[in-house]
Design a protein around this ligand. Structure first.
Ligand code: SF4
Length: 506
């Protein structure tokens, strides 16, 4: 080529680029973004031009997928799924990919702060020693029954720590809540498993190993219990290389993304899901000639008229379910959110007895028993949250610690969390971001971002295996934040007596 691009040309172009960048960052929202200078002294294990990879756990939802994060010169650059984690086998969902957005978000809480008054944007930065003293005083100067922890749904190291603290000192057991968990109907599903199997676990449904899957409302291709695990499972169901391409039937009143991917979408009247499951169970057990007391006394014709599903359709579906050696039935989502949700969950789980698939590939698994089993598996239901809020309103809770959940935003306003919080003398938030609840807290003592943290997470559901996924920092903390576990341990030592004994490090 005759026209060579000279170094001088390049420098001229670079100058234009710099000017453009300056204009963009000066005028738009990009100006709010943090300017990151190159390290003068490189963090340990980082070398110019070389990537370093760290395995950790995604903290964007409670599923607990494994991540491998590529870092370069001390900065996290890209997340990918950890291929060795049986939950997600090398994949992530969009939120897992976006976890870097949280890490670099300019709106993070950068220092421990004391708020001038609740709801006020005016805050005063406090030293961490003073912050720990505030937590220690809150523990020491109140009766144990007046101290409460409200936490997110992730069954992690912090939940273990607070549970141990509660058991040893008599403070209230941590209450776990998340709006997503409520939409997943985790509490109802877990209760149904307890009633049927005697174990309050969140079941895992091995969609990938099944041949025929009937889902009653479970929207598992959008977000449900363990989104990546179920998306991978669905890919396995459709995989035709090693077995016949599996069939999928979705029962629901409103077509979901999952329903849109089904072979047969069966619309029914809301609230009749349990009846439909029982009718299919009755017809299928007759075809298979198995005795199934759960389905006795069910009249499929009556169910057809109540549900809006023709009797011939019910018979066809029963034949499909009974005719497969790998049939699986899943209850979930809106179907369990109705007043008869528990009956729906039990009726659909009972369908699996016809295909005798409990604990078998393509069937239903209960996660292995863990310490604090019931607390792990069953976040608070809406009713339990209502009782908790009532305790707050009655002035029975004097100190409220909030971590990993934003109740002012996530709970329906009609439950009155905001009003009840006025009766709580002191609210201490450990939020990473200034969310609605943190804005109404007296103090915000920010935890590290998940990619800056040590810890572990027990996987409540999403795999036939029992999984404990470790977390490690992939970057040094960017701000003056501190791990909430460390804050609580230090505060317990300061509070002394039973608190120090409960979280003794020796
Ligand atoms: S499903 Fe997995 S990758 Fe997606 S947000 Fe949850 S833990 Fe992260």
């Amino acid at each position: 080529m005759s026209e060579q691009f000279s170094r001088r040309d390049f420098l001229k172009l670079a100058g234009v680029g710099a000017a453009t960048t300056a204009i963009l960052t000066g005028c738009g929202p990009a100006s709010r973004y943090v300017k990151r200078e190159p390290y003068l002294q490189m963090p340990e294990y980082n070398y110019n031009g070389q990537s370093t990879y760290y395995a950790t756990t995604c903290r964007e939802c409670a599923a607990g997928c494994g991540l491998v994060v590529r870092t370069s010169q001390g900065r996290a650059i890209k997340t990918e799924g950890n291929a060795n984690n049986p939950l997600n086998l090398g994949k992530t969902c969009a939120r897992g990919q976006a976890t870097l957005q949280g890490l670099y978000n300019p709106d993070r809480v950068t220092d421990p702060v004391k708020r001038a008054s609740r709801g006020s944007a005016s805050t005063e930065v406090v030293e961490w020693d003073a912050a720990i003293q505030v937590v220690a005083d809150a523990l020491k100067n109140n009766k144990p029954e007046e101290i409460a922890f409200l936490m997110g749904t992730a069954p992690d190291h912090l939940f273990d720590l607070v549970s141990d603290l509660a058991k040893a000192t008599g403070i209230n057991a941590p209450v776990r809540f998340g709006a997503l968990g409520m939409f997943d109907a985790r509490a109802t599903l877990s209760k149904a498993a307890e009633n049927l199997f005697g174990q309050a676990s969140l079941p895992f449904f091995d969609v990938g190993g099944a041949q025929v899957v009937f889902s009653f409302g479970a929207n598992f291709l959008e977000t449900w219990l363990s989104p990546v695990s179920y998306t991978r499972g669905f890919a396995g169901l459709r995989e035709a290389k090693t077995k016949l391409r599996g069939k999928f039937v979705q029962f629901e009143s409103r077509m979901s993304q999952t329903g849109a991917k089904s072979d047969e979408w069966v619309p029914l009247r809301p609230g009749t899901e349990a009846l439909v499951a029982l009718a299919i169970g009755k017809l299928a057990s007759e075809i298979r000639n198995v005795s199934a007391p759960a389905f006795e006394g069910v009249d499929p014709l009556d169910v057809a008229s109540k549900s809006g599903i023709k009797l011939e359709t019910l018979e066809h579906l029963a034949e499909m379910f009974a005719g497969s050696n790998g049939a699986l039935a899943i209850p979930g989502g809106p179907a369990l959110g109705q007043s008869n949700g528990l009956a729906v969950a039990e009726a659909v789980l009972a369908l699996n007895a016809i295909s005798d698939n409990f604990g078998k590939p393509g069937g239903v698994y209960l996660s292995a028993l863990a310490p604090n089993q019931s607390e792990y598996q069953r976040p608070a239901s809406a009713q339990e949250m209502q009782e908790f809020i009532q305790k707050m309103a009655d002035g029975k809770i004097k100190v409220l610690f909030v971590h990993g959940v934003n109740p002012l935003f996530e709970l329906p306003a009609s439950l009155g969390f905001g009003e009840a919080s006025k009766s709580v003398s002191q609210i201490i938030s450990f939020a990473t971001f200034p969310d609605e609840t943190a804005l109404e807290a007296d103090y915000v003592f920010p935890d590290h971002h998940g990619l800056e943290s040590w810890g572990y997470q027990r996987v409540a559901t999403g795999s036939a295996q029992s999984v404990l996924s470790g977390s490690q920092p992939v970057v040094s903390p960017f701000y003056n934040t501190r791990a909430t576990a460390d804050v609580l341990i230090a505060a317990a030592q300061l509070a002394g007596d039973k608190f120090a004994a409960a979280l003794s490090l020796c």
